[in-house]
Design a protein around this ligand. Sequence first.
Ligand SMILES: [Zn+2]
Length: 309
Amino acid sequence: MKNYGAYQTTICSEIRFSGIGLHSGKEIHVRVHPAPADFGVRFKRGDVLNSESVKVSPFSVLSTQLATSIKCGELPISTIEHISAAFYGMGVDNVLVEVFGAEIPILDGSALPFVNMINEVGIKTLTRKRKYLKINRKIVIEKDGKLIEMLPSRFMKITTHIDFDNPFIGYQKAFVNITPETFAKELAPARTFGFKKDVDQLWSLGLAKGGSLDNAVVIDNDKVLNPGGLRMPDELVKHKALDLLGDLALIGYRFFGHVRAYKSGHLINNIFARSLLISTDLYSIIELEEELEAIGSDIPAIERSFATA
Ligand SMILES: [Zn+2]
């Protein structure tokens, strides 16, 4: 199992893409630029003169309705969670995302197109070490029947549970030990989903104008309306894990811990990320002694790197 490694990274060259915005239905262009160590993942409005670039943080989140939106100066950039999850999951630490509009294109509703674009240009290792958040004591956030907790672990693990009063979905659980490989294979392809009755209501309110069967799984009572069906049997609960990872990416550190989420969504994900960051007595920020990828799943060696942190 290839892990994230000790050193920071960026992309080897610029990525350009465009696509429809989920909310506006408009075509939006994006350029992702390589960036130096300690720059972080920053977003900037390319369509606005003198727009400042903003380093993402759970505290820069403006709205969690339908998607995660951040504020960039006084302006919003919406639907950042899938591209954020892709940088986080693939191990990309430093990039400037220049968006020529108010939202990141929804593309196919998953993080797979971003993963493919990152793989096409390649990832470059920088000379400065990456910082990890290592959880030492359990943290739990509960709100309106939803729950997210993080427990100490030597790995970066996510378990998500969903429980819908719907015959097609019902109760489902997914567990992933996150590495660039498992992220690309198991989480990135999982698409956004919604119910036909909600889509009809959103359209009547002038929302989700760009939403279609090309960028979301749509469920009508006991069936999927998309002609191709699901990409994997647990695609929906895996998408919840993808969203959670995208929202946790805003903390700026990959973590050593096990996140367990029950009925999670963007709002509680953001509350959890904020609560985690301010609970400085529950975690340590560490650097790794050596390349984790050279250690693989050798647990004693990973512990050794903790011991020296
Ligand atoms: Zn999503």
